[in-house]
Write a protein that binds this ligand. Structure first.
Ligand code: GDP
Ligand code: IMO
Ligand code: MG
Length: 426
């Protein structure tokens, strides 16, 4: 059994990472979020309660598990406090949260700039979650970001004054409203006081835990096709949700990662702009959207619906070094006469099985489908592979054969109990 497992999104996000991370967290000692911020919305359902997490790792509900917000994240401190307070109201003490002192802080000016950037792009907008994620990562790479270690230090006031002055010039130039230094500093100082006890050297913490033989789970946010390096650029997020991000964003060494499980939705969804070859809009997509309630956890936008794209999944398996696939929301496909899966694209009269770099080429890819027979049976009570209808088994086997990776488990409902493990990996 492995001691370290990455759970990541293999598509464009919202694959059910929160549910599966929370499921595996029962066997973990540490859960680490390694990238992104409160653009994520991870839904977890157990004991008839639904929880939605944004920045806090999905192991928070168990006080014995250490939950790390790694330095690869951009952390909105106000949003983290809101999350902690609502968890406390529900009876979770949150003493088990550790925030990296190297993580970058996401401020109100990042959110303002995100909104102004999107407005300026007009019809070319990325369709971001407007949480300031891109501008915060921009500052990190431009080496003008403020990190948690600065935020909770005594020189924060001067650092913030210096930075806000420059940001306000940019905001004014873009037609936005500048942020008042004195009042926002006062507010952030209180926020910093609240978060200070949580901030620590999480690289060292992770090392100590690993050396003590503890089991470590890495929770990806977003998905591989939203990765700034591998995704459908520029319609991506600004971080590395793929497995490489787990190394850069947490401080674990590559020789200590044993398994990378790709969460794969049994069909595909996307929110925001960008090419999406298998997207379709008809009564079947409407049926899927309403049955699965495919509306953004964060922005409430209706998610775009498409068939499962095996070309994209193969790509995702390659770049992430996937060791297993976890198939989610397969219950949603019950009741469909036929189910399509994309096995190649036609681009400029040629058949291809790779994703073109240019988004406009990707948008011109015509998916070539294999049509598989559907099934009527409700899957929500299925507890093992053998209980699945024959056509659902064939669907799973078709995916395994195409990608050459085992479907090590599948999920037949939002509740933690509606999870079927075929092969134990962690
Ligand atoms: P994440 O961002 O990857 O954690 O996914 P989201 O929480 O944004 O979206 C996944 C949605 O599907 C949530 O509403 C989950 O409660 C729900 N969900 C997860 N797995 C299953 C499943 O197997 N079946 C059904 N019907 N819903 C699921
Ligand atoms: P989880 O973790 C789905 C999308 C946005 C937009 C693009 C850039 O819940 O799967 P950003 O605000 O990150 O700059 O937006 O990325 N996006 C997500 N889509 N699930 C998410 O998170 C997402 N986080 C960002 O819709 O297209
Ligand atoms: Mg989500």
């Amino acid at each position: 059994m492995s001691k370290s497992l990455i759970v990541l999104g293999s598509q464009w996000g919202d694959e059910g990472k929160g549910k599966i991370t929370n499921y595996y967290s029962e066997r973990a000692d540490v859960v680490v979020r390694y990238q992104g911020g409160n653009n994520a919305g991870h839904t977890i359902v157990f004991n008839h309660q639904t929880y939605k997490l944004r920045s806090i790792p999905s192991g928070v509900f168990n006080p014995k598990i250490k939950n790390i917000l790694g330095h690869g994240m951009v952390i909105n401190p106000k949003s983290v406090i809101t999350e902690i307070n609502s968890l406390k109201e529900l009876g979770f003490e949150c003493h088990n949260i550790y925030i990296s002192d190297r993580a970058h802080v996401l401020f109100d000016y990042h959110i303002e700039i995100d909104k102004l950037n999107e407005e300026a792009l007009k019809e070319k907008k990325i369709g971001t979650t407007k949480n300031g994620i891109g501008p915060a990562y921009y500052d990190k790479v431009a080496r003008v970001g403020i990190r948690m270690c600065d935020f909770v230090s005594s020189d924060f006031k001067e650092i913030y004054r210096f930075t806000l002055e420059k940001k306000n010039i940019q905001i004014k130039e873009m037609g936005g409203t500048p942020i008042d230094f004195e009042s926002s500093y006062q507010e952030y100082q209180k926020v910093a006081d609240t978060l200070r006890p949580f901030v620590c050297d999480t690289i060292d913490l992770l090392k100590q835990e690993r050396k003590a033989g503890k089991k470590i789970l890495f929770e990806g946010a977003q998905g591989a096709l939203l990765d700034v390096d591998f995704g459908s650029y520029p319609y991506v997020t600004s971080s590395n949700p793929s497995s490489g991000g787990a190394l850069c964003g947490s401080g674990i060494g590559m020789n200590h990662i044993e398994e990378a499980i790709g969460i794969v939705k049994a069909y595909t969804t996307r929110v925001g702009s960008g090419a999406f070859p298998t997207e379709f809009e008809d009564e079947t997509s409407h049926y899927i959207r309403e049955k699965a309630h495919e509306y953004g956890t964060v922005t409430k936008r209706p998610r775009r619906i498409g068939w499962l794209d095996l070309v994209a999944l193969n790509y995702s398996a390659t770049i992430n070094g996937l060791t297993g696939i976890f198939l989610t929301l397969i219950d949603i496909l019950s009741g469909l006469k036929e189910i399509k899966v994309c096995t190649s694209y036609q681009l400029n009269g040629k058949e291809i099985t790779t994703i073109p770099a240019k988004d406009s080429d990707f948008a011109c890819c015509v998916p070539q489908f294999k049509t598989l027979p559907g099934w009527e049976e409700d899957l929500s009570h299925v507890t093992c592979f053998d209980e699945l209808p024959e056509n659902a088994k064939k669907y799973i086997e078709f995916i395994e054969n195409y990608v050459g990776i085992d479907v090590i488990g599948f999920s037949v409902g939002a509740d933690k109990n509606q999870t079927v493990i075929r092969k134990e990996v962690f």
